[in-house]
Design a protein around this ligand. Structure first.
Ligand code: HEC
Length: 227
């Protein structure tokens, strides 16, 4: 909170400061939330209108789910990278790039990951670089059970908690990433930009990702989720 520029000394300043602190402590959190909600009203409504999958709102904050859908589906195009790839992203007859309308998103691969961005890195060092499965598993938490704190750290710092492609210590072998890249960080993923989102927006994305259906993906491996 920015204090107004008041030239005063001693007690006078202390009293002004106390009054200001008092004001901020007294303004109930709930009020701030509902005014956020009011200014986001049209985004929340649009979010529900454009969500391509059935949402499970049980135990969720409805406004955050709607806002999260708006960010995921209208602003950040998470599914553009987190589907299984351009060939299966849209249903037959609903591929906008073929001039087909309306756009029909393939819900069977929606945010289930698996799009291959490999070969990647110097000399194509990584044979494959797959986007991840963002859907919830049977715990109901996204990315197969991630807490919000973990999700927040990923979106703010790009940390790869799964260590999929560590920095190479010897000759590149197709699964490690050689210098100058830092293999502990997610590549391709747009975290250097998502890092600028507000906590509320990131919380909204997390809430939305908790409400979408689980995609089991392949039978084993990182992309598999126990639905
Ligand atoms: C330009 C493509 C691209 C876009 C857009 C994108 N991602 Fe990603 N994301 C990736 C790739 C690729 C990975 C895996 C990177 C790696 O293995 O180094 C990834 C990884 C992640 C991870 C790490 C998952 C885990 O299990 O640790 C999260 C979380 C994530 N993305 C969330 C999002 C969200 C939410 C959005 C939209 C707001 C989004 N991504 C948009 C490409 C993208």
């Amino acid at each position: 909170m920015k204090l107004p520029h008041i030239k005063t000394s001693g007690m006078g300043f202390a009293i002004v400061a106390m009054v200001l602190v008092g004001t901020s402590l007294n303004s109930p959190r709930a009020r701030a939330d509902s005014s956020d909600e009011k200014s986001d009203e049209s985004k929340i409504k649009t979010g529900f209108d454009i969500a391509p999958v059935k949402l499970d709102l049980h135990g969720k904050n409805r406004a955050l789910v709607g806002l999260g859908s708006y960010i995921v589906n209208a602003v950040s195009d998470c599914n553009g990278c987190h589907s299984a790839g351009p060939q299966t992203e849209f249903l037959a007859g609903g591929n906008p790039y073929l001039g087909q309308h309306p756009t029909k998103i393939n819900t069977a691969t929606y945010l289930g990951g698996g799009r291959d961005f490999g070969p990647y890195g110097p000399g194509g060092a990584l044979t494959h670089l797959y986007s991840r499965n963002l859907t919830p598993d049977k715990t109901g938490r996204p990315l197969g059970g991630a807490e919000f704190s973990e999700f927040l750290e990923i979106m703010r710092t790009g940390k790869d908690f799964d260590g999929v492609h560590p920095t190479c210590t010897g000759t590149p072998n197709g699964t490690c990433l050689p210098a100058p890249f830092d293999g502990s960080l997610l590549q391709v993923m747009r975290w250097p930009f998502f890092t600028n989102m507000t906590d509320r927006d990131l919380r909204a994305i997390y809430e939305y990702l908790s409400a979408i259906p689980c995609i089991a993906g392949p039978a084993t491996g990182l992309l598999h989720h126990d639905c």
